[in-house]
Design a protein around this ligand. Sequence first.
Ligand SMILES: C[S@@+](CC[C@H](N)C(=O)[O-])C[C@H]1O[C@@H](n2cnc3c(N)ncnc32)[C@H](O)[C@@H]1O
Length: 253
Amino acid sequence: MTKPPVGSNRTGRKLGQKVKKGKLKASSRRWLERHINDPYVQRAKLEGYRARAAFKLLEIDEKHQILKGARRIIDLGAAPGSWSQIAAKVTDSSDGDARVAAIDFLEMAPLPGVKILQLDFLDDDAPRQLKEAIGGTPDVVLSDMAAPTTGHHRTDHLRTMHLCEVAAHFAIEVLGEGGHFLAKTFQGGTEKELLDLLKKNFKQVIHVKPGASRSESVEMFLLAKHFKGRRAMSAEEHEEDVAEGEYQDDGRD
Ligand SMILES: C[S@@+](CC[C@H](N)C(=O)[O-])C[C@H]1O[C@@H](n2cnc3c(N)ncnc32)[C@H](O)[C@@H]1O
C-alpha cells in the first residue's frame, strides 16, 4: 500500500532542516527548505525513483487500478522519468521489447525498456513519432505535462490546459478499447468542452487529487477510465448525427 510518508527519516536525513541565509533569494531558500524537508522527496530517493511525482501515480493507481495488466504505456511530459520507471515495471518492458514510449522537450537520462523522444509534444510530428515508438496499441496514456511557468498565472494556466486538451485528443486517437487516460490539470480549470469530450469517449471521468500532490498547489488530475473505442464512438456519433439531423444519407448503400 502507498502510505503517505511520515516525518521520519529513513534516508538518514533529518526533516525540519533550515537553509542558511546567504546568497540565495528568500523565495529560493524557502523552495529549497521545502524540498529537502519534503518526506516524499526523501522517500523517492530511498526507493530509487527519479522524482517525488512517482507517488502521485502510485497513489492514483492504488485507488483506481489503471496500470494493472497494461501492456503498453505512453508517458507525456516524462522527465526526469519516475512515471516511466513505474510504467516500465508494470509492463515488464525491456530494451529488447520496449513497451513504454516517453516524450519530453527536456533531456531525460536513458531508462531500460523506455523509448525516449526529446521533442515538444505540440510538434506536428510528435503523435506519429510516439505511435512509431510504442509499436502497438497503448492501454494507458499518462500526461504529467505542465507548461513552463511565465509568472503570469492566467497564461500558465491556459497553456497547461491546452496541453491537457491536446493530450486528450491524442489518447482518443491511440488508446485501445478499455484503456485509460490520466492527465495533469488545475482545480476548476477543466473546460466543459474537454470534460464532455472525455465523457463521450470514456465510461468514467473523474478528478483526483493524490496526497502526494501538495495541498497548496492547484494541481489536480483528470482520470478518464475505460475508453469506449473508436468504432463504438463512430457508431454512436453516427446515431447522434442522424438524431440531430446533421447526417444526411444520400440513399446509396
Ligand atoms: C511535472 S514534470 C513531469 C514529471 C514526471 N511525471 C516524472 O515522474 O518524472 C512535467 C514535464 O512536462 C514537460 N513538458 C511540458 N510541456 C511539454 C511539451 N509541450 N512537450 C513535452 N514535454 C513537455 C516538462 O519539460 C516537464 O519535464
